[in-house]
Design a binder for this molecule. Sequence first.
Ligand code: FAD
Length: 506
Amino acid sequence: MSLPLSPAYDLVVVGSGPTGSTYVREVFEQHPGARILVVEAGPRISDPPGGHVKNIADDERRAQAQRASEGPSPASPGRPGTRLLAAPDMPAAAVSTNVGGMGAHWTAACPRPGDGERIPFIPAAEMDQHLARAEQLLHVSADAFDDAPFADEVRHRLARHFDDGRPASRRVAPMPLAVTTRPDGSRTWSGTDVVLGSAARDSRVELADRCLCLRVRYEGGVVTGVVVRDLSDGGAGQETEIAASAVVVAADALRTPQLLHASGIRPAALGRYLNDQPQVVFAVRLPDDVVATHDAVTDRTRDEDGGIVPQSGVSWVPYTDDQPFHGQVMQLDASPVPLADTTPVQPGSIVGLGWFCAKDVTSEDRITFADDTNDAFGMPTATIHYRYTDRDLATIEAAKRAVTEAGTALGAPLDPAPFLLPAGSSLHYQGTTRMGPTDGDTSVCDTFSRVWNTVGLWVAGNNVIPTATACNPTLTSVALASRGARSLVEHLLRRETAATVPPSRT
Ligand code: FAD
Protein backbone atom coordinates (compact mmCIF):
# COMPACT_ATOMS: atom_id res chain seq x y z
CA MET A 1 0.00 0.00 0.00
CA SER A 2 2.00 2.96 -1.23
CA LEU A 3 -0.26 5.90 -0.39
CA PRO A 4 -1.45 7.46 2.83
CA LEU A 5 -5.20 6.87 2.93
CA SER A 6 -7.66 9.58 3.81
CA PRO A 7 -9.92 8.80 6.76
CA ALA A 8 -13.09 9.09 4.61
CA TYR A 9 -14.31 8.63 1.01
CA ASP A 10 -17.65 8.82 -0.73
CA LEU A 11 -17.14 5.37 -2.20
CA VAL A 12 -14.84 2.47 -1.34
CA VAL A 13 -14.65 -0.31 -3.94
CA VAL A 14 -13.16 -3.61 -2.75
CA GLY A 15 -11.53 -5.44 -5.68
CA SER A 16 -9.97 -3.85 -8.77
CA GLY A 17 -11.24 -6.31 -11.42
CA PRO A 18 -13.53 -5.39 -14.33
CA THR A 19 -16.70 -5.10 -12.24
CA GLY A 20 -15.21 -3.02 -9.41
CA SER A 21 -13.58 -0.81 -12.05
CA THR A 22 -16.96 -0.35 -13.75
CA TYR A 23 -18.39 1.12 -10.55
CA VAL A 24 -15.38 3.44 -10.33
CA ARG A 25 -15.74 4.64 -13.92
CA GLU A 26 -19.51 5.14 -13.76
CA VAL A 27 -19.52 6.93 -10.41
CA PHE A 28 -16.52 9.03 -11.47
CA GLU A 29 -18.39 10.16 -14.60
CA GLN A 30 -21.86 10.59 -13.14
CA HIS A 31 -20.92 12.23 -9.83
CA PRO A 32 -18.45 15.03 -10.49
CA GLY A 33 -17.33 15.43 -6.87
CA ALA A 34 -17.15 11.84 -5.64
CA ARG A 35 -13.90 10.75 -4.01
CA ILE A 36 -13.29 7.07 -4.61
CA LEU A 37 -10.86 4.57 -3.07
CA VAL A 38 -10.16 1.15 -4.63
CA VAL A 39 -8.85 -1.41 -2.14
CA GLU A 40 -7.03 -4.30 -3.83
CA ALA A 41 -5.40 -7.23 -2.01
CA GLY A 42 -2.93 -7.93 -4.83
CA PRO A 43 0.02 -6.00 -6.27
CA ARG A 44 0.35 -3.85 -9.39
CA ILE A 45 1.70 -6.17 -12.08
CA SER A 46 1.59 -4.06 -15.20
CA ASP A 47 2.04 -0.52 -16.44
CA PRO A 48 -0.51 1.07 -16.72
CA PRO A 49 -1.99 -0.62 -13.62
CA GLY A 50 -4.68 -3.11 -14.59
CA GLY A 51 -3.28 -3.55 -18.10
CA HIS A 52 -3.70 -7.02 -19.63
CA VAL A 53 -0.62 -9.23 -19.35
CA LYS A 54 -1.01 -10.29 -23.02
CA ASN A 55 0.09 -6.74 -23.87
CA ILE A 56 3.47 -7.41 -22.20
CA ALA A 57 5.62 -8.46 -25.15
CA ASP A 58 8.56 -9.79 -23.15
CA ASP A 59 8.00 -13.45 -22.16
CA GLU A 60 9.90 -13.24 -18.87
CA ARG A 61 8.18 -10.03 -17.75
CA ARG A 62 4.81 -11.51 -18.64
CA ALA A 63 5.58 -14.66 -16.64
CA GLN A 64 6.65 -12.53 -13.65
CA ALA A 65 3.37 -10.60 -13.79
CA GLN A 66 1.45 -13.88 -13.88
CA ARG A 67 3.40 -15.30 -10.93
CA ALA A 68 2.86 -12.12 -8.89
CA SER A 69 -0.92 -12.64 -9.29
CA GLU A 70 -0.94 -16.00 -7.51
CA GLY A 71 -1.01 -14.55 -3.99
CA PRO A 72 1.02 -15.50 -0.92
CA SER A 73 3.36 -18.47 -1.25
CA PRO A 74 3.26 -21.37 -1.16
CA ALA A 75 0.74 -21.00 -3.96
CA SER A 76 -0.75 -23.83 -5.92
CA PRO A 77 -0.66 -22.31 -9.40
CA GLY A 78 -3.50 -23.03 -11.79
CA ARG A 79 -3.87 -21.36 -15.20
CA PRO A 80 -1.11 -18.70 -15.50
CA GLY A 81 -2.03 -15.76 -13.27
CA THR A 82 -4.27 -17.78 -10.96
CA ARG A 83 -4.02 -19.70 -7.68
CA LEU A 84 -5.89 -22.96 -7.11
CA LEU A 85 -8.01 -23.14 -3.98
CA ALA A 86 -7.39 -26.89 -3.54
CA ALA A 87 -11.14 -27.57 -3.23
CA PRO A 88 -11.85 -31.32 -3.66
CA ASP A 89 -15.39 -30.75 -5.01
CA MET A 90 -14.15 -28.18 -7.51
CA PRO A 91 -10.50 -29.07 -8.18
CA ALA A 92 -9.86 -26.29 -10.71
CA ALA A 93 -11.44 -23.47 -8.64
CA ALA A 94 -8.96 -20.59 -8.81
CA VAL A 95 -8.62 -16.88 -8.11
CA SER A 96 -6.32 -14.07 -9.25
CA THR A 97 -4.98 -11.54 -6.76
CA ASN A 98 -3.57 -8.51 -8.53
CA VAL A 99 -4.54 -5.06 -9.71
CA GLY A 100 -7.01 -5.76 -12.52
CA GLY A 101 -8.05 -9.13 -11.04
CA MET A 102 -8.73 -11.90 -13.55
CA GLY A 103 -9.31 -9.09 -16.03
CA ALA A 104 -5.53 -8.87 -16.45
CA HIS A 105 -5.41 -12.52 -17.58
CA TRP A 106 -8.69 -13.22 -19.32
CA THR A 107 -9.31 -14.38 -22.88
CA ALA A 108 -11.59 -11.34 -23.30
CA ALA A 109 -14.48 -13.21 -24.99
CA CYS A 110 -17.57 -11.04 -24.54
CA PRO A 111 -20.64 -12.69 -26.09
CA ARG A 112 -24.10 -11.41 -25.21
CA PRO A 113 -26.29 -13.87 -23.29
CA GLY A 114 -29.31 -15.26 -25.15
CA ASP A 115 -32.56 -17.16 -24.54
CA GLY A 116 -32.63 -18.74 -21.06
CA GLU A 117 -29.30 -17.16 -20.11
CA ARG A 118 -31.00 -13.76 -19.86
CA ILE A 119 -32.27 -12.41 -16.56
CA PRO A 120 -36.08 -12.69 -16.66
CA PHE A 121 -36.83 -9.85 -14.24
CA ILE A 122 -34.78 -7.10 -15.92
CA PRO A 123 -36.65 -5.70 -18.94
CA ALA A 124 -34.91 -6.90 -22.12
CA ALA A 125 -34.56 -3.44 -23.69
CA GLU A 126 -33.06 -2.06 -20.50
CA MET A 127 -30.61 -4.94 -20.24
CA ASP A 128 -29.59 -4.47 -23.88
CA GLN A 129 -28.69 -0.86 -23.09
CA HIS A 130 -26.52 -2.00 -20.18
CA LEU A 131 -24.87 -4.66 -22.37
CA ALA A 132 -24.13 -1.99 -24.99
CA ARG A 133 -22.56 0.18 -22.30
CA ALA A 134 -20.49 -2.78 -21.11
CA GLU A 135 -19.26 -3.35 -24.68
CA GLN A 136 -18.23 0.30 -24.79
CA LEU A 137 -16.43 0.14 -21.43
CA LEU A 138 -14.54 -3.02 -22.41
CA HIS A 139 -13.82 -1.91 -26.01
CA VAL A 140 -15.53 -4.98 -27.43
CA SER A 141 -15.25 -5.60 -31.15
CA ALA A 142 -16.10 -8.54 -33.39
CA ASP A 143 -13.42 -7.79 -35.97
CA ALA A 144 -10.20 -8.13 -33.99
CA PHE A 145 -9.14 -11.22 -35.96
CA ASP A 146 -10.60 -10.24 -39.33
CA ASP A 147 -7.21 -10.80 -40.92
CA ALA A 148 -6.87 -14.36 -39.61
CA PRO A 149 -6.39 -16.47 -42.75
CA PHE A 150 -8.51 -19.46 -41.67
CA ALA A 151 -11.26 -17.64 -39.78
CA ASP A 152 -13.76 -17.51 -42.66
CA GLU A 153 -13.32 -21.17 -43.48
CA VAL A 154 -13.76 -22.18 -39.83
CA ARG A 155 -16.97 -20.15 -39.54
CA HIS A 156 -18.29 -21.36 -42.87
CA ARG A 157 -17.91 -24.98 -41.77
CA LEU A 158 -19.46 -24.34 -38.35
CA ALA A 159 -22.35 -22.35 -39.85
CA ARG A 160 -23.16 -25.16 -42.28
CA HIS A 161 -23.58 -27.45 -39.31
CA PHE A 162 -25.26 -25.18 -36.72
CA ASP A 163 -27.10 -22.24 -38.31
CA ASP A 164 -30.16 -23.94 -39.71
CA GLY A 165 -33.27 -22.72 -37.85
CA ARG A 166 -31.45 -20.18 -35.66
CA PRO A 167 -32.47 -16.51 -35.51
CA ALA A 168 -29.86 -14.13 -36.99
CA SER A 169 -28.58 -13.06 -33.56
CA ARG A 170 -27.77 -16.66 -32.54
CA ARG A 171 -25.90 -17.85 -35.63
CA VAL A 172 -22.22 -18.70 -35.86
CA ALA A 173 -20.22 -15.46 -35.75
CA PRO A 174 -16.82 -14.01 -34.95
CA MET A 175 -16.47 -13.97 -31.16
CA PRO A 176 -16.89 -10.45 -29.78
CA LEU A 177 -13.59 -9.77 -28.00
CA ALA A 178 -12.45 -6.99 -25.68
CA VAL A 179 -9.56 -6.17 -27.97
CA THR A 180 -8.60 -3.00 -29.84
CA THR A 181 -6.88 -3.33 -33.20
CA ARG A 182 -4.44 -0.45 -33.81
CA PRO A 183 -3.89 1.11 -37.23
CA ASP A 184 -0.61 -0.82 -37.53
CA GLY A 185 -2.53 -4.09 -37.03
CA SER A 186 -1.29 -4.72 -33.48
CA ARG A 187 -3.84 -5.68 -30.82
CA THR A 188 -4.34 -4.31 -27.31
CA TRP A 189 -6.25 -6.61 -24.97
CA SER A 190 -8.58 -4.82 -22.58
CA GLY A 191 -7.78 -4.90 -18.90
CA THR A 192 -9.16 -2.61 -16.25
CA ASP A 193 -7.00 0.27 -17.50
CA VAL A 194 -9.41 0.35 -20.44
CA VAL A 195 -12.52 0.12 -18.23
CA LEU A 196 -11.30 2.96 -15.99
CA GLY A 197 -10.33 5.30 -18.83
CA SER A 198 -9.48 8.77 -17.57
CA ALA A 199 -10.70 7.89 -14.06
CA ALA A 200 -7.42 6.01 -13.60
CA ARG A 201 -5.44 9.24 -13.96
CA ASP A 202 -7.60 11.55 -11.82
CA SER A 203 -6.75 12.55 -8.25
CA ARG A 204 -10.36 11.85 -7.19
CA VAL A 205 -9.67 8.13 -7.64
CA GLU A 206 -7.07 6.40 -5.44
CA LEU A 207 -5.84 2.83 -5.65
CA ALA A 208 -4.48 1.06 -2.56
CA ASP A 209 -2.83 -2.12 -3.81
CA ARG A 210 -1.60 -4.89 -1.49
CA CYS A 211 -4.36 -3.75 0.84
CA LEU A 212 -6.77 -6.39 2.15
CA CYS A 213 -10.30 -5.49 3.14
CA LEU A 214 -11.01 -7.42 6.34
CA ARG A 215 -14.56 -6.25 7.03
CA VAL A 216 -17.33 -3.95 5.89
CA ARG A 217 -18.52 -1.79 8.80
CA TYR A 218 -22.17 -0.89 9.38
CA GLU A 219 -24.43 0.41 12.11
CA GLY A 220 -28.13 -0.30 12.24
CA GLY A 221 -28.01 -1.71 8.71
CA VAL A 222 -26.30 1.41 7.33
CA VAL A 223 -22.80 0.97 5.92
CA THR A 224 -20.23 3.25 7.49
CA GLY A 225 -16.98 2.09 5.85
CA VAL A 226 -14.40 -0.69 5.80
CA VAL A 227 -11.53 -2.07 7.86
CA VAL A 228 -8.37 -2.79 5.87
CA ARG A 229 -4.89 -4.19 6.44
CA ASP A 230 -1.71 -3.20 4.62
CA LEU A 231 -0.19 -6.38 3.10
CA SER A 232 2.92 -4.69 1.70
CA ASP A 233 4.97 -5.58 4.79
CA GLY A 234 3.88 -9.21 4.71
CA GLY A 235 0.52 -8.63 6.37
CA ALA A 236 1.79 -7.59 9.78
CA GLY A 237 0.32 -4.12 9.32
CA GLN A 238 -2.21 -2.44 11.59
CA GLU A 239 -5.92 -2.57 10.88
CA THR A 240 -7.11 0.79 9.55
CA GLU A 241 -10.70 2.03 9.55
CA ILE A 242 -11.88 4.05 6.57
CA ALA A 243 -15.25 5.78 6.53
CA ALA A 244 -17.36 5.67 3.36
CA SER A 245 -20.88 6.67 2.32
CA ALA A 246 -21.08 3.59 0.08
CA VAL A 247 -19.13 0.35 -0.34
CA VAL A 248 -19.03 -1.96 -3.35
CA VAL A 249 -17.70 -5.46 -2.76
CA ALA A 250 -16.35 -6.72 -6.09
CA ALA A 251 -13.96 -9.31 -4.71
CA ASP A 252 -14.84 -12.18 -7.14
CA ALA A 253 -17.50 -14.86 -6.78
CA LEU A 254 -15.60 -16.83 -4.14
CA ARG A 255 -14.30 -13.96 -2.00
CA THR A 256 -17.22 -11.53 -2.14
CA PRO A 257 -19.34 -13.88 0.00
CA GLN A 258 -16.23 -14.43 2.16
CA LEU A 259 -15.97 -10.72 2.94
CA LEU A 260 -19.69 -10.43 3.68
CA HIS A 261 -19.43 -13.46 5.94
CA ALA A 262 -16.41 -11.97 7.73
CA SER A 263 -18.42 -8.76 8.20
CA GLY A 264 -21.34 -10.58 9.84
CA ILE A 265 -23.61 -9.93 6.83
CA ARG A 266 -25.00 -13.42 6.26
CA PRO A 267 -28.30 -13.59 4.36
CA ALA A 268 -29.60 -17.14 3.83
CA ALA A 269 -28.59 -17.20 0.15
CA LEU A 270 -25.00 -16.04 0.80
CA GLY A 271 -22.55 -18.41 -0.93
CA ARG A 272 -25.37 -20.59 -2.33
CA TYR A 273 -26.34 -21.25 -5.96
CA LEU A 274 -22.64 -21.47 -6.87
CA ASN A 275 -22.36 -22.47 -10.48
CA ASP A 276 -19.46 -22.94 -12.84
CA GLN A 277 -19.87 -23.88 -16.46
CA PRO A 278 -18.89 -27.51 -17.13
CA GLN A 279 -16.40 -27.28 -20.01
CA VAL A 280 -15.86 -29.93 -22.67
CA VAL A 281 -12.81 -29.56 -24.93
CA PHE A 282 -11.64 -31.02 -28.22
CA ALA A 283 -8.96 -30.15 -30.76
CA VAL A 284 -8.91 -30.65 -34.52
CA ARG A 285 -6.49 -30.19 -37.39
CA LEU A 286 -7.86 -28.28 -40.34
CA PRO A 287 -7.83 -30.35 -43.55
CA ASP A 288 -4.63 -30.15 -45.63
CA ASP A 289 -6.44 -28.68 -48.64
CA VAL A 290 -7.66 -25.76 -46.48
CA VAL A 291 -4.22 -25.16 -44.99
CA ALA A 292 -2.56 -25.43 -48.41
CA THR A 293 -4.64 -22.57 -49.81
CA HIS A 294 -2.96 -20.10 -47.48
CA ASP A 295 0.71 -19.12 -47.36
CA ALA A 296 0.28 -17.58 -43.95
CA VAL A 297 0.49 -20.74 -41.89
CA THR A 298 3.30 -20.45 -39.40
CA ASP A 299 4.51 -22.29 -36.37
CA ARG A 300 5.04 -19.01 -34.53
CA THR A 301 2.38 -17.93 -32.03
CA ARG A 302 3.93 -14.49 -31.49
CA ASP A 303 5.54 -12.16 -33.98
CA GLU A 304 8.83 -10.26 -33.54
CA ASP A 305 7.12 -7.56 -31.46
CA GLY A 306 5.44 -10.07 -29.16
CA GLY A 307 2.01 -9.65 -30.78
CA ILE A 308 -0.23 -12.68 -31.34
CA VAL A 309 -0.06 -14.03 -34.91
CA PRO A 310 -3.58 -14.27 -36.37
CA GLN A 311 -4.42 -17.75 -37.67
CA SER A 312 -7.97 -19.03 -37.27
CA GLY A 313 -9.10 -16.29 -34.85
CA VAL A 314 -11.92 -16.89 -32.37
CA SER A 315 -15.38 -18.05 -33.48
CA TRP A 316 -18.62 -18.31 -31.56
CA VAL A 317 -21.47 -20.83 -31.63
CA PRO A 318 -24.10 -19.06 -29.48
CA TYR A 319 -26.21 -20.68 -26.78
CA THR A 320 -29.85 -21.37 -27.61
CA ASP A 321 -32.54 -23.08 -25.56
CA ASP A 322 -32.56 -25.90 -28.13
CA GLN A 323 -28.77 -26.28 -28.16
CA PRO A 324 -27.94 -25.12 -24.64
CA PHE A 325 -24.18 -24.80 -25.02
CA HIS A 326 -21.82 -21.93 -25.67
CA GLY A 327 -19.22 -22.91 -28.27
CA GLN A 328 -15.86 -21.17 -28.45
CA VAL A 329 -13.55 -22.17 -31.29
CA MET A 330 -10.09 -20.67 -30.98
CA GLN A 331 -6.70 -20.66 -32.52
CA LEU A 332 -4.38 -22.19 -29.99
CA ASP A 333 -2.38 -19.21 -28.87
CA ALA A 334 -5.51 -17.18 -28.08
CA SER A 335 -6.78 -20.03 -25.91
CA PRO A 336 -5.92 -20.33 -22.22
CA VAL A 337 -6.32 -24.14 -22.37
CA PRO A 338 -3.07 -25.78 -23.54
CA LEU A 339 -3.08 -28.98 -25.58
CA ALA A 340 -1.40 -32.08 -24.21
CA ASP A 341 2.42 -31.90 -24.55
CA THR A 342 2.40 -34.84 -26.91
CA THR A 343 0.30 -33.06 -29.53
CA PRO A 344 2.32 -32.06 -32.58
CA VAL A 345 1.60 -28.34 -32.62
CA GLN A 346 1.55 -26.37 -35.82
CA PRO A 347 -0.63 -23.57 -34.50
CA GLY A 348 -1.88 -22.32 -37.82
CA SER A 349 -3.60 -25.56 -38.65
CA ILE A 350 -4.94 -26.63 -35.26
CA VAL A 351 -8.02 -25.19 -33.59
CA GLY A 352 -9.28 -25.81 -30.08
CA LEU A 353 -12.98 -26.19 -29.35
CA GLY A 354 -14.46 -25.44 -25.94
CA TRP A 355 -18.15 -26.18 -25.30
CA PHE A 356 -19.46 -24.59 -22.09
CA CYS A 357 -22.65 -25.94 -20.46
CA ALA A 358 -25.22 -24.16 -18.30
CA LYS A 359 -25.19 -25.80 -14.86
CA ASP A 360 -28.30 -27.05 -13.12
CA VAL A 361 -28.41 -24.38 -10.37
CA THR A 362 -29.17 -25.68 -6.86
CA SER A 363 -28.95 -24.09 -3.42
CA GLU A 364 -26.84 -27.04 -2.21
CA ASP A 365 -23.96 -26.03 -4.47
CA ARG A 366 -22.32 -23.46 -2.28
CA ILE A 367 -19.25 -22.00 -0.64
CA THR A 368 -19.19 -21.92 3.15
CA PHE A 369 -16.75 -20.23 5.53
CA ALA A 370 -15.22 -21.23 8.84
CA ASP A 371 -15.36 -18.99 11.88
CA ASP A 372 -12.32 -20.49 13.56
CA THR A 373 -9.69 -20.96 10.82
CA ASN A 374 -8.22 -18.65 8.22
CA ASP A 375 -6.82 -18.95 4.70
CA ALA A 376 -3.43 -17.67 3.45
CA PHE A 377 -4.81 -14.11 3.42
CA GLY A 378 -6.11 -14.33 6.98
CA MET A 379 -9.73 -14.49 5.83
CA PRO A 380 -12.24 -17.19 6.90
CA THR A 381 -11.33 -20.59 5.37
CA ALA A 382 -13.62 -21.51 2.48
CA THR A 383 -15.10 -24.93 1.68
CA ILE A 384 -16.77 -25.60 -1.65
CA HIS A 385 -19.70 -28.04 -1.82
CA TYR A 386 -20.37 -28.89 -5.44
CA ARG A 387 -21.70 -31.79 -7.49
CA TYR A 388 -23.15 -32.52 -10.89
CA THR A 389 -26.83 -33.45 -10.86
CA ASP A 390 -28.25 -36.12 -13.18
CA ARG A 391 -29.40 -33.29 -15.42
CA ASP A 392 -25.83 -31.93 -15.52
CA LEU A 393 -24.44 -35.33 -16.48
CA ALA A 394 -26.96 -35.57 -19.33
CA THR A 395 -26.08 -32.02 -20.46
CA ILE A 396 -22.37 -32.84 -20.43
CA GLU A 397 -22.95 -35.94 -22.59
CA ALA A 398 -25.00 -33.84 -25.04
CA ALA A 399 -22.19 -31.25 -25.13
CA LYS A 400 -19.70 -33.99 -25.96
CA ARG A 401 -21.86 -35.04 -28.89
CA ALA A 402 -22.24 -31.44 -30.09
CA VAL A 403 -18.51 -30.69 -29.89
CA THR A 404 -17.70 -33.94 -31.70
CA GLU A 405 -20.04 -32.91 -34.50
CA ALA A 406 -18.46 -29.44 -34.59
CA GLY A 407 -14.96 -30.92 -34.65
CA THR A 408 -15.82 -33.35 -37.41
CA ALA A 409 -17.34 -30.50 -39.44
CA LEU A 410 -14.05 -28.61 -39.08
CA GLY A 411 -11.42 -31.22 -39.80
CA ALA A 412 -9.65 -34.20 -38.30
CA PRO A 413 -10.01 -34.60 -34.51
CA LEU A 414 -6.69 -34.96 -32.65
CA ASP A 415 -8.19 -36.99 -29.79
CA PRO A 416 -10.49 -40.01 -30.01
CA ALA A 417 -13.18 -38.17 -28.01
CA PRO A 418 -13.74 -34.80 -26.32
CA PHE A 419 -13.12 -34.65 -22.59
CA LEU A 420 -14.62 -32.82 -19.63
CA LEU A 421 -12.24 -30.51 -17.78
CA PRO A 422 -12.24 -30.68 -13.95
CA ALA A 423 -14.99 -28.66 -12.23
CA GLY A 424 -13.98 -25.02 -11.87
CA SER A 425 -11.96 -24.93 -15.10
CA SER A 426 -14.21 -22.37 -16.79
CA LEU A 427 -13.19 -19.75 -14.18
CA HIS A 428 -16.76 -18.44 -14.58
CA TYR A 429 -18.06 -18.82 -11.03
CA GLN A 430 -21.52 -17.36 -10.57
CA GLY A 431 -24.47 -17.04 -8.25
CA THR A 432 -22.93 -16.73 -4.76
CA THR A 433 -24.46 -13.29 -4.07
CA ARG A 434 -27.14 -13.50 -6.71
CA MET A 435 -29.76 -10.89 -7.42
CA GLY A 436 -33.50 -11.38 -7.16
CA PRO A 437 -36.65 -9.34 -7.76
CA THR A 438 -37.83 -9.61 -4.14
CA ASP A 439 -36.24 -10.11 -0.75
CA GLY A 440 -36.30 -13.68 0.49
CA ASP A 441 -34.08 -16.67 1.03
CA THR A 442 -33.07 -17.09 -2.60
CA SER A 443 -31.14 -13.89 -3.32
CA VAL A 444 -28.59 -11.63 -1.64
CA CYS A 445 -29.20 -8.40 -3.52
CA ASP A 446 -31.88 -6.59 -5.52
CA THR A 447 -31.80 -6.00 -9.27
CA PHE A 448 -29.53 -2.97 -8.75
CA SER A 449 -27.07 -5.17 -6.81
CA ARG A 450 -27.93 -3.52 -3.46
CA VAL A 451 -27.59 -6.02 -0.61
CA TRP A 452 -31.02 -6.60 0.90
CA ASN A 453 -31.67 -4.97 4.28
CA THR A 454 -28.57 -2.78 4.18
CA VAL A 455 -28.14 0.81 3.09
CA GLY A 456 -24.99 1.76 1.18
CA LEU A 457 -23.74 -1.74 0.26
CA TRP A 458 -23.48 -3.09 -3.32
CA VAL A 459 -22.05 -6.40 -4.58
CA ALA A 460 -20.54 -6.88 -8.03
CA GLY A 461 -19.17 -9.68 -10.17
CA ASN A 462 -20.36 -12.88 -11.79
CA ASN A 463 -21.67 -13.73 -8.33
CA VAL A 464 -24.70 -11.45 -8.88
CA ILE A 465 -25.83 -13.29 -12.03
CA PRO A 466 -28.95 -15.28 -11.07
CA THR A 467 -29.39 -17.40 -14.20
CA ALA A 468 -27.43 -20.44 -15.35
CA THR A 469 -25.35 -19.03 -18.19
CA ALA A 470 -23.12 -20.97 -20.55
CA CYS A 471 -21.54 -17.94 -22.23
CA ASN A 472 -18.56 -16.07 -20.79
CA PRO A 473 -20.15 -13.95 -18.07
CA THR A 474 -17.96 -10.85 -17.67
CA LEU A 475 -19.87 -8.73 -20.19
CA THR A 476 -23.07 -9.47 -18.28
CA SER A 477 -21.56 -8.71 -14.88
CA VAL A 478 -20.03 -5.46 -16.17
CA ALA A 479 -23.48 -4.54 -17.55
CA LEU A 480 -25.05 -5.26 -14.16
CA ALA A 481 -22.34 -3.19 -12.46
CA SER A 482 -23.11 -0.27 -14.77
CA ARG A 483 -26.79 -0.61 -13.84
CA GLY A 484 -25.95 -0.79 -10.13
CA ALA A 485 -23.70 2.27 -10.36
CA ARG A 486 -26.65 4.46 -11.34
CA SER A 487 -28.43 3.58 -8.11
CA LEU A 488 -25.20 4.19 -6.21
CA VAL A 489 -24.86 7.70 -7.65
CA GLU A 490 -28.47 8.42 -6.65
CA HIS A 491 -27.64 7.20 -3.14
CA LEU A 492 -24.65 9.57 -2.89
CA LEU A 493 -26.64 12.51 -4.23
CA ARG A 494 -29.53 11.80 -1.82
CA ARG A 495 -27.12 11.77 1.11
CA GLU A 496 -25.64 15.09 0.05
CA THR A 497 -29.06 16.67 -0.33
CA ALA A 498 -30.11 15.38 3.08
CA ALA A 499 -26.93 16.82 4.58
CA THR A 500 -27.47 20.28 3.06
CA VAL A 501 -31.25 20.71 3.53
CA PRO A 502 -31.84 22.42 6.88
CA PRO A 503 -34.30 20.72 9.22
CA SER A 504 -37.87 22.08 8.65
CA ARG A 505 -39.55 24.19 11.38
CA THR A 506 -42.74 22.35 12.02
P1 FAD B 1 -11.90 -10.30 -10.50
O1 FAD B 1 -11.42 -9.88 -11.84
O2 FAD B 1 -11.64 -11.69 -10.08
O3 FAD B 1 -11.29 -9.30 -9.43
C1 FAD B 1 -11.55 -9.44 -8.05
C2 FAD B 1 -10.44 -8.74 -7.28
O4 FAD B 1 -10.81 -8.65 -5.89
C3 FAD B 1 -9.11 -9.49 -7.31
O5 FAD B 1 -8.10 -8.67 -7.85
C4 FAD B 1 -8.83 -9.81 -5.84
O6 FAD B 1 -7.46 -9.72 -5.49
C5 FAD B 1 -9.65 -8.74 -5.11
N1 FAD B 1 -10.01 -9.14 -3.73
C6 FAD B 1 -10.58 -10.30 -3.32
N2 FAD B 1 -10.79 -10.26 -2.00
C7 FAD B 1 -10.34 -9.05 -1.55
C8 FAD B 1 -10.30 -8.43 -0.28
N3 FAD B 1 -10.80 -9.02 0.83
N4 FAD B 1 -9.73 -7.19 -0.18
C9 FAD B 1 -9.24 -6.56 -1.28
N5 FAD B 1 -9.27 -7.12 -2.53
C10 FAD B 1 -9.83 -8.35 -2.65
N6 FAD B 1 -14.42 -14.11 -18.63
C11 FAD B 1 -15.09 -13.83 -19.77
O7 FAD B 1 -16.20 -13.31 -19.72
N7 FAD B 1 -14.54 -14.11 -20.99
C12 FAD B 1 -13.35 -14.74 -21.11
O8 FAD B 1 -12.89 -14.97 -22.23
C13 FAD B 1 -12.64 -15.08 -19.93
N8 FAD B 1 -11.46 -15.71 -20.00
C14 FAD B 1 -10.74 -15.92 -18.87
C15 FAD B 1 -9.47 -16.49 -18.99
C16 FAD B 1 -8.66 -16.60 -17.86
C17 FAD B 1 -7.30 -17.20 -18.00
C18 FAD B 1 -9.12 -16.12 -16.60
C19 FAD B 1 -8.23 -16.18 -15.38
C20 FAD B 1 -10.40 -15.60 -16.48
C21 FAD B 1 -11.22 -15.50 -17.60
N9 FAD B 1 -12.51 -14.96 -17.53
C22 FAD B 1 -13.21 -14.71 -18.67
C23 FAD B 1 -13.13 -14.59 -16.25
C24 FAD B 1 -13.04 -13.07 -16.04
O9 FAD B 1 -11.70 -12.68 -15.99
C25 FAD B 1 -13.80 -12.73 -14.78
O10 FAD B 1 -15.17 -13.02 -15.03
C26 FAD B 1 -13.70 -11.25 -14.39
O11 FAD B 1 -12.38 -10.85 -14.21
C27 FAD B 1 -14.48 -11.02 -13.10
O12 FAD B 1 -14.33 -9.68 -12.74
P2 FAD B 1 -14.51 -9.22 -11.22
O13 FAD B 1 -14.22 -7.76 -11.18
O14 FAD B 1 -15.86 -9.61 -10.73
O15 FAD B 1 -13.48 -10.08 -10.37
